[in-house]
Write a protein that binds this ligand. Structure first.
Ligand SMILES: Cc1cc2nc3c(=O)[nH]c(=O)nc-3n(C[C@H](O)[C@H](O)[C@H](O)COP(=O)(O)OP(=O)(O)OC[C@H]3O[C@@H](n4cnc5c(N)ncnc54)[C@H](O)[C@@H]3O)c2cc1C
Length: 655
């Protein structure tokens, strides 16, 4: 077995795969080590059945019980997907609070699946919703923006909201060609018109003709239910500075044949590409059996199959790195048979997703004190861990719609991301807003997201609600199915030094290694921002419904995220407020795990240099979401991919 490569990449998701793609194409030998399995879509499997399974059907065995010692939720039942680690094997632990019988609260640790995006070739992009927005130029210079702000920040009682904020060491203009390249290589449909981000670079790096749709494939027709979201976004935009109009959000699902990855749409009976095939409604949270969703396996890695420079080793968990005088000398892993192996790379790229990359670097430090000193010379490894401020509003709209034909989102607006909006509202950073068309498309998913207790505790929303049984449940389905429309925001979270990832002092994984320990709170300004943005989302729904149904009563105290206690009295239908208020609020990560190894220009103030190289290592790079010093006012994956392509260009110069 070959054990020497130009580059060893650990993790095959958004931060790892783009680098493999670029370097292999240029004749460099690359090994990708991936902890999870390779699941192929139907077009790659003889007999045309994909390797994916529907978890709800698959997970039909006996109930799983949490057995992690010492955590407050030990003994509880839990759910785990075949695309994620089993919590008993390898949990993440987060610090939350436990309610005592007298009503008081004490800190307590909980085992969770939160903070894992997915564990298979393609990483989180296998399950993601594919919302592929760019960050705004201001998102990358929030320190400078706030230094020049004219209005005071709201809800910053200790005056510390901006203390941890840093500008990115790359500007939007420097990143822009890589955004364009990522959009082209990954395969995205959408619309650039009305986005506030500049689009300058055209296909193949040519100068772009200005704001047109050249970076994207043509979007599909929106689902009719989204008309309410569109009308509301138009109306809200008219009220806010700049009169910003909505656009079809970029979604990483191909709607045309895609030459860079060799993917083709299924053919209709007349031999023409069947664009409707992409409208699966299984985009978010599901692996796509057709391979039309542009996960990094189908879009970036599988085109490399057969290239002698490309080696992929799935089911291989990297345990640690060892180094000699500032060079990573060996990468240690367990092969699929559990045998210990090592490999060498001239360059080593860690892209395990933010929590697991920080953990891997810390575990490497436990094995080797010299490694520990070098990787954490700034004392910041694991610190400034970030997720997103996220949340939104939901309404039951007039009519009933077939949501089984939809992608994740039909409309988006940047009207709450402009500098003018931030100044007018005393905000430090902005948000992207989009509607969720595909959520609750099936009765199953109506259940699955109910009460905001999804992921490892997804059934709790119903389990503890006696009124949701028997006829109560049937009435609930009948009343809600095909009527729910939600609008979400995705916003920057204030970076705080004490929000961090550590190694847990006692809890170990199935290999006997300390698991990741996530300590995270919201800043008061985050809470202010989330309330304000949730109100904008609620306003979009209110305005959108009123534009065509002026007498429909949408405004009431119905609130999906905080309570579901209607006892079948269907009083009203507008929900607002963010999931940050849910029971497990301290850990909620929206699957967006970022920061913990931020890049910067000052070695005492960052973990990575501007090229994402660990400051005190010559050949160690970290390119998953952990490099971000601020989390951006939009979903992060396109930016992780664009940055990985930028780093790839740098690595090519070194090899
Ligand atoms: C349900 C869901 C919906 C989402 N929707 C969106 C969306 O619409 N838009 C968006 O921008 N983002 C979305 N995301 C987030 C997106 O998936 C992540 O931002 C992105 O995948 C992060 O990229 P990454 O490179 O940091 O990590 P990942 O893509 O998760 O890749 C990390 C990989 O490293 C592997 N790995 C970890 N540890 C080891 C080890 N020790 N050895 C070997 N391999 C290892 C993992 O198995 C994984 O495959 C969503 C995520 C989920 C789960």
């Amino acid at each position: 077995m070959i054990d020497k490569f130009d580059v060893v990449i650990i993790g095959s998701g958004a931060g790892g795969a783009p680098i493999a793609r670029q370097l292999v194409e240029k004749g460099k030998s690359v090994l990708v080590l991936e902890k999870g399995p390779l699941l192929r879509p139907s077009y790659q499997v003889p007999g045309e059945r994909s390797d994916f399974r529907r978890d709800e059907v698959y997970a039909s065995g006996t109930e799983k019980i949490l057995r992690v010692p010492g955590v407050a939720n030990v003994g509880e039942s839990y759910y785990s997907s075949h695309a994620e680690p089993d919590i008993n094997d390898e949990p993440h632990v987060y610090r939350g609070v436990k309610k005592l019988p007298d009503g008081s609260e004490v800190p307590a640790d909980y085992a969770t699946i939160e903070g894992y995006t997915a564990q298979l070739v393609g990483g989180g992009t296998q399950l993601y919703g594919g919302v592929s927005l760019r960050f705004t130029p201001t998102d990358l210079r929030l320190k400078s923006f706030n230094a020049g702000r004219r209005t005071p920040l709201q809800d910053d009682p200790n005056g510390d909201a901006l203390a941890g904020v840093r500008d990115w060491p790359v500007t939007y203009d420097e990143l822009e060609p890589y955004y364009a390249l990522a959009e082209e290589l990954v395969g995205i449909n959408g619309q650039t018109k009305n986005q506030v981000k500049p689009f300058r670079t055209g296909p193949g790096g040519t100068p772009g003709p200005g704001p047109s749709d050249y970076c994207y494939q043509r979007p599909l027709d929106p689902n009719p239910i989204s008309a309410f979201a569109h009308a509301g976004m138009v109306a809200l935009g008219q009220r806010l500075p700049g009169n910003i109009e909505p656009y079809r959000p970029p979604l990483a699902v191909i709607t045309e044949d895609h030459a860079p990855s060799g993917r083709r749409l299924p053919r209709a009976k007349n031999g023409q590409p069947d664009r409707e095939a992409a409208k699966t409604s299984y985009v978010n949270r599901y692996g796509d059996p057709l391979g039309l969703k542009s996960n990094t396996w189908v879009s970036l890695l599988s085109p490399l199959e057969g290239n002698p420079n490309f080696t992929l080793r799935p089911n291989c968990v990297v345990t640690h790195l060892t180094s000699t005088e500032g060079r990573v000398s060996r990468v240690h892993y367990f092969d699929p048979g559990g045998v210990r192996r090592t490999v060498e790379g001239k360059l080593v790229v860690v892209a395990c997703s933010a929590v697991e990359s920080v953990r891997l670097l810390m575990l490497s430090g436990q094995e080797d004190p010299a490694f520990a000193t070098r990787i954490n010379s700034s004392g910041l490894l694991g610190r400034y861990f970030l997720t997103h401020c996220f949340g939104g509003a939901r309404a039951l709209v007039p009519g009933r719609y077939d949501k089984s034909k939809a992608l994740d989102a039909d409309w988006a607006t940047d009207c709450c991301g402009t500098d003018e909006f931030l100044e007018a509202n005393g905000l430090w950073a902005g948000a992207a807003i989009y509607n969720n068309t595909s959520d609750q498309a099936l009765p199953l998913s109506l259940f699955r997201t109910h009460g905001s207790t999804d992921l490892d505790t997804l059934w709790k929303g119903f389990m503890y609600k006696p009124q949701m049984r028997a006829n109560g449940f049937i009435n609930f389905l009948d009343y809600e199915f095909g009527r729910g429309l939600s609008v979400s925001f995705m916003a920057n979270q204030v970076p705080q030094r004490d929000n961090r990832v550590e190694l847990h002092p006692t809890v170990k994984d199935k290999w006997g290694r300390p698991v990741a320990y996530v300590l995270k709170t919201w800043h008061p300004h985050d809470v202010y921002l989330m309330k304000l943005m949730a109100d904008q989302c609620a306003e979009i729904l209110r305005l959108g419904v009123a534009s065509s149904h002026p007498t429909y009563d949408i405004a009431s105290d119905y609130d999906l995220n905080r309570k579901y206690d209607r006892n079948n009295e269907y009083g009203g239908s507008l929900g607002s407020g963010g999931v940050y208020q849910a029971e497990n609020a301290l850990a909620r990560m929206a699957n967006h795990i970022l920061g913990g190894a931020r890049f910067g220009t000052d070695p005492t103030d960052s973990v990575l240099d501007p090229n994402c190289r660990a400051w005190e290592f010559d050949n160690l790079y970290v390119t998953d979401g952990s490099f971000m010093p601020t989390s951006g006012g939009a979903n992060p994956t396109l930016t992780i991919q664009a940055n990985a392509l930028r780093v790839a260009a740098h690595l090519l110069k070194r090899l």
